[in-house]
Design a protein around this ligand. Structure first.
Ligand code: HEM
Ligand SMILES: *[C@@H]1O[C@H](CO)[C@@H](O)[C@H](O)[C@H]1NC(C)=O
Length: 346
């Protein structure tokens, strides 16, 4: 995408993506008259030059307050993108007459980090009002969350617009479940244009953050109730299983959280894949990547052996994820408050 410079000295505005006509130093019309369906890293370079600095300093401060926050923010980006594209839909609150995605099963009592996005949005609005979408803020914050936790850094693509609505049903149907097999995981990724390599690389996100007991209790063989208690998952190493059974006793609090990566819980690294090889993956959907023969277990081995390959593939896959069904140009809106469409008064 070319960048055009106005010839008028009174209107020396750098223009990207929008056609601007300048007469007498006044911008007369702004119209998206050519293909603007693409994202670009430079989208806010002129409209909000300090955007990325504001976001990264807020994520850094957030991480100092709460070591789990970067993981939570990365997961919000994932849950946003998988449900009708990266459009900030997960950020919309329920309100009278509207049920959004926050109460969908994969998010309820689980998705977190919304206050950090609000906090960033507030600063960004003060700096560049009505300019930066919530979906883009979430995308940048997710990148910084990984980078500040020791993971790879990549240049983000920008120019997303925010949705006017959200769908609880679509969230429940589109977000993969922790009980899934590799075949089911791949099917759910295929549905949004991603492939098996993306499944394995992006699952490396479980290198940090936490899961509730309820998300893996069925693997522990200690469920309450029932004449026919199923045994524990044979693909759980015995000392790790014992530890998990202690942390998540039968009849315990299903909301208790456990580190997804037992060894380096707040660092983004390739330890996750080494855990899988040692039968110390927390979720069923993690373990099966190693225990299922085929591309997935080959990639687990490659990533466990070489963190640079993991980082390179992760960056590639997360960029793909970030471009799922994006709205650009005049579609949707730039929300002023990430929790509400602009037509609703806060
Ligand atoms: C492959 C399919 C996936 C499944 C089945 C899955 C499932 C889950 C589950 C069940 C949890 C714990 C939620 C809870 O108990 O509260 C979780 C946490 C998490 N997931 Fe995934 N996930 C998948 C892929 C991804 C992807 C693609 C990303 C990011 C790109 C991601 C990032 C995270 C992070 C960072 C956490 C920890 C969040 C926190 O601590 O707040 N996951 N995931
Ligand atoms: C987790 O906490 C929420 C909110 O307090 C509660 O409604 C829910 O029943 C709890 N879930 C489990 C699995 O215990």
């Amino acid at each position: 995408m070319a960048i055009y410079k106005s010839h008028s000295p009174q209107c020396a505005v750098w223009m990207a993506l929008t056609l601007v006509t300048c007469v007498g130093g006044k911008i007369l019309s702004v119209a998206a008259t050519w293909d603007d369906s693409h994202l670009t890293p430079s989208f806010y370079d002129n409209k909000c030059p300090h955007l990325q600095k504001v976001v990264s300093s807020k994520v850094e401060a957030g991480r100092r307050r709460d070591q789990r926050l970067p993981a939570s923010v990365l997961r919000l980006h994932f849950h946003d993108c998988f449900v009708n594209g990266c459009d900030g839909s997960i950020l919309l609150d329920d309100r009278p007459g509207f049920v959004g995605e926050k109460s969908a099963a994969p998010n309820l009592n689980s998705a977190r980090g919304f206050e950090l996005i609000d906090d960033i949005k507030q600063d960004v609005e003060a700096l560049c009002p009505d300019t930066v979408s919530c979906a883009d803020i979430l995308t940048i914050a997710a990148r910084d969350s990984v980078a500040l936790s020791g993971g790879p850094y990549w240049e983000v693509q920008l120019g997303r617009r925010d949705s006017l609505t959200a769908s609880k049903t679509d969230a429940e149907n589109s977000i993969p479940q922790p009980t899934f097999t590799v075949t089911q995981l791949v099917a759910s990724f295929n549905a949004v244009g991603l492939n098996e390599k993306d499944v394995v690389a992006l699952s490396g996100s479980h290198s940090f953050g936490k899961a509730r007991c309820t998300s893996f209790q069925n693997r522990l063989g200690n469920q309450a109730s029932g004449s026919q208690s199923p045994g524990s998952d044979p693909f759980l190493e015995s000392s790790y299983l014992a530890k998990l059974q202690t942390l998540c006793p039968s009849n315990g609090d299903g909301n208790t959280t456990v580190n997804l990566d037992h060894f380096t819980p707040v660092h983004f690294d390739n330890q996750y894949y080494k855990n899988l090889q040692a039968a110390k993956g927390l979720l069923n959907s993690d373990a099966v990547l190693h225990t299922t023969n085929g591309q997935s277990n080959q990639l687990v081995e490659i990533y466990a052996n070489d963190e640079r390959v993991f980082f390179k593939d992760f960056a590639q896959s997360v960029l793909k994820m970030g471009s799922i069904k994006v709205m650009t140009g005049n579609k949707g809106e730039v929300r002023r408050n990430c929790r509400l469409p602009n037509t609703i008064r806060a």
